[in-house]
Design a protein around this ligand. Structure first.
Ligand SMILES: [Zn+2]
Length: 369
């Protein structure tokens, strides 16, 4: 948008120019003994010009004080409902929820939403869709607590109204005890509109209804570290890793590494080749009942192991060596999975590491929804 003062300056410049021209004319006329009357007329003319100029500038300034150009981005205030595009474009996502199709802003969601898992979903994308942290989704669903990947299409999840712990009240619990248990502020629990509609906060002290949900905003549960058991030693003749890891498949990242998702999900169509991220000894090839489905574990002989889960086919057998980049299997959706992808983990000395920070080469594009 043009700054008003710029236009004003242009006008003043033009005016000054005309003024100086008129003065030059006057001096010329004076030098040629032009009559007093003519000079007076000239002076009046200049005054009139100045007045007109000022008047126009005034109009201009008033015009600028009017509402701005519509092309300019308008600031959204808290009073204006924010349309969540994700939810507007995918209204069918909310299959079991009481949320109307014209989804209110995330701030306005006041109830626990029941959500049916759709193909391709993972905890991160579900959480993002509802504007809460992934942990909050896991904490609200006990089946996910030990394995956030344990999702199946159609599975029903609770999604809390805000980030924090959604807790089912047990007999004898109070706001204070619940706050202490989940390391949260009792005032936040008391002030939460969802809790106020469900529990009896008008009594003194407030009464929690056993069996009902209570939202603990800002609360948390401790992370249960998943132990990875594997043989620390490999046969002497096994291939050892280079410690430089490559991306194990050509895909996009449908879920990144985060606190409770100890790997990356690499999505591509069923049957896409999966290769060894580094050379090593194939320690396990087979079914995993905890949700990984068809899984391969490779021990790289240097403290590092890699896991390849949800495979549709195996190209190696356990007890053999593989070299870096060698085909070991194919992408699938076996085990607890919502669509074809490779769940890949890198564990160094028993600790899960973020593959994005360690794998060489460009990180595949993000295709999480
Ligand atoms: Zn995963």
């Amino acid at each position: 948008m043009q700054v008003p003062s710029t236009e004003l300056a242009t006008r003043v410049n033009a005016l000054t120019h005309r003024l100086s021209e008129r003065l030059r004319d006057l001096r010329f006329e004076h030098a040629n003994n032009v009559s007093l009357f003519t000079r007076l007329t000239a002076h009046l003319g200049i005054i009139a010009l100045v007045l007109i100029g000022l008047l126009l500038s005034g109009i201009e300034l008033r015009a600028r004080a009017m509402p701005r150009n519509y092309d300019e981005p308008t600031k959204v205030t808290d009073n204006v409902p924010v349309i969540d595009l994700d939810r507007v474009t995918q209204p069918s996502d909310i299959i079991l929820s009481a949320v109307p199709l014209t989804a209110p802003s995330k701030k306005e969601r006041r109830e626990v939403t029941r959500y049916a898992v759709k193909p391709g979903d993972n905890v991160s994308v579900i959480a993002a869709r509802f504007g809460v942290t992934p942990d909050s989704v896991i904490w609200a669903n006990s089946t996910l607590e030990n394995n956030p990947d344990a999702l199946t299409v159609g599975q029903e999840l609770f999604v809390p109204p805000v980030s924090g712990v959604l807790h089912q009240v047990a007999k004898g619990e109070t706001i204070t005890s619940v706050a202490a248990r989940f390391k949260a502020d009792p005032a936040a629990i008391f002030n939460d509109p969802f809790n106020q509609t469900i529990h009896d906060f008008k009594s003194s002290p407030p009464i929690l209804i056993p069996g009902q949900f209570i939202m603990v905003p800002g609360g948390s549960k401790p992370i249960v570290v998943r132990q990875v058991t594997y043989n620390k030693t490999t046969p002497g003749n096994a291939i050892k890793g280079t410690s430089n890891f490559q991306w194990p498949t050509a895909a996009c990242v449908s879920q990144f590494y985060w606190g409770r998702h100890p790997g990356v999900d690499l999505a591509n169509s069923q049957g896409t080749a999966v290769v060894a991220a580094d050379g090593g000894f194939v320690e396990y090839v087979g079914w995993d009942g905890s949700g990984y489905g068809n899984m391969i574990l490779i021990n790289h002989g240097n403290g590092a192991i890699t896991r390849y889960a949800h495979l549709s086919a195996f190209a190696v057998s356990s007890g053999t060596s593989v070299s870096k980049g060698q085909l070991i299997g194919r992408i699938g959706s076996t085990g607890r999975s919502t669509g074809p992808h490779l769940h890949f983990e890198l564990i160094v000395n028993g600790v899960h590491r973020n593959p994005v920070q360690i794998l060489q080469g460009k990180t595949p594009r993000n295709c999480s929804r």
